[in-house]
Each structure stands twice: as structure tokens, then as C-alpha cells.
Design a protein around this ligand. Structure first.
Ligand SMILES: [Zn+2]
Ligand SMILES: [Zn+2]
Length: 221
């Protein structure tokens, strides 16, 4: 995975080519604003790498459509007045298409709890009504590393996840080797097999109150 610094540099370099000169300043400001947030940084990098609709444009605003278990649907609003629906994780991002077309893909729709594209559009087709996207690190209800929300499971491999066997740190304790009978994990199959053992035992969901200091104070009273 690229470092945040590398992502930032690359996105700023791409801006020089794929963003109209008159909007470059504001577009660069947005890249800087979200330079420490992997979700937004991945979206912006993907946007200026792929250049949706094959024309220069500038992302001036990011809105949150919805999120679940470390996957985010964002809306990138541009200088040309377009609203692009983007799917992002801590690892990567994809531009799905115009917001008012919806994700279309049944797998994405069902992951986020929509019965179909129609239900998505009824709720989220208007970009102006979407909430501002806030960096994951600034939202006390989210795991700062993987973006899972309070009560959700972490993205597998997140170092914040607690081990259900020993209550230690799942990525650091020895349980993954002891339980799977392997000395090291090689490739997807080992990870999948361990994930099954973990599911069977019962994973420990993210608890913001225990794992994010300050979460309780920031709740509305
Ligand atoms: Zn996490
Ligand atoms: Zn353990």
C-alpha cells in the first residue's frame, strides 16, 4: 500500500495534467485537507488517475453517501457540476459513475443494505442533500485504522481488532498460528481458512467506547 505522503504527491502531480488550471488551487486545497485520510485520499487519487468522462475536471467537495464495515460510498462533486459516486476502502477506490445512476451493481447495493438501485436513488440521488464527508480519524464512532463503525466488525487484518481467544491484539498474538496450525500465512487460502475459524469462534466487533478514547464525551447528551 502506498504511504499517505506518496498518495498525496502523486495526486498533486496528476492535478497538473487532469485539472483545469483555474480550479487547480481549490482542488489542491482539498487534496491537502484530506491528505491524512486514506479513504478520501484514495478517492481523489483515483479520480485524477482515471479522469472520469475523459475530461479535465476538479473535485471541490466530498460528501458521504453511506458506509459500512470499512467500505465507504462517497460523492465527489466537481467544478463542472458533476457528482461522481465513488466506492472506497482504506486500500483502494473506484469511481462507479454518476450519483444519480446509482451503483447498479447488486452486490454493492446489498452490501450497503439497499434492496435495489431504485431504493438507493430514492434516498441518495441528490448530492446537495448529502452530509459533508469527515475524515475517519475525526469521527469518534469509527475505527481509526479500518473505518468500521461502532458495533461493526473490523476489516480483517485491522490491528485494532481484539482476539476472541486470548483478548489480545489479533494481528499480534499467536492465536492465528495456534488455531490454524500454520507457522505463517501464505496467500488468500490461509487467510480465508483462518477467517472461517474466527467467524466460528465469534469475532469481537469494534467498540468505540473502549477503543476510542473520547467517544463517550462526544456523544450528544
Ligand atoms: Zn478496525
Ligand atoms: Zn489471541
Amino acid at each position: 500500500m502506498k504511504t499517505l505522503e506518496k498518495l498525496r504527491e502523486e495526486t498533486l502531480a496528476l492535478l497538473e495534467y487532469n485539472c483545469p488550471e483555474e480550479h487547480r488551487g481549490r482542488a489542491a486545497d482539498l487534496v491537502e485537507e484530506f491528505a491524512d485520510d486514506r479513504i478520501a485520499a484514495n478517492v481523489l487519487n483515483e479520480f485524477y488517475s482515471t479522469v472520469p468522462d475523459a475530461e479535465e475536471d476538479a473535485v471541490l467537495d466530498l460528501r458521504l453517501v453511506t458506509r459500512r464495515a470499512g467500505l465507504f460510498l462517497l460523492c465527489a462533486m466537481t467544478a463542472a457540476g458533476k457528482s461522481h459516486l465513488c466506492l472506497a476502502s482504506m486500500e483502494e477506490a473506484a469511481i462507479l459513475g454518476p450519483l444519480d445512476h446509482g451503483p447498479g451493481d447488486p452486490e454493492i447495493l446489498s452490501f450497503f443494505g439497499f434492496a435495489d438501485n431504485g431504493e438507493f436513488l430514492a434516498k441518495h440521488a441528490e448530492a446537495d442533500r448529502l452530509a459533508q464527508y469527515r475524515p475517519v480519524g475525526m469521527d469518534p464512532a469509527l475505527c481509526p485504522v479500518c473505518g468500521a463503525a461502532d458495533g461493526e466488525f473490523h476489516v480483517l487484518g485491522c490491528p485494532v481488532e481484539t482476539c476472541p481467544w486470548c483478548a489480545g491484539q489479533l494481528t499480534a498474538c499467536n492465536c492465528r498460528f495456534e488455531k490454524s496450525g500454520r507457522k505463517s500465512f501464505r496467500g488468500e487460502r490461509d487467510i480465508d481458512r483462518f477467517a472461517q475459524l474466527l467467524e466460528k469462534k465469534g469475532r469481537v466487533p469494534f467498540r468505540a467506547a473502549d477503543e476510542r478514547p473520547g467517544f463517550l464525551e462526544e456523544k450528544p447528551r
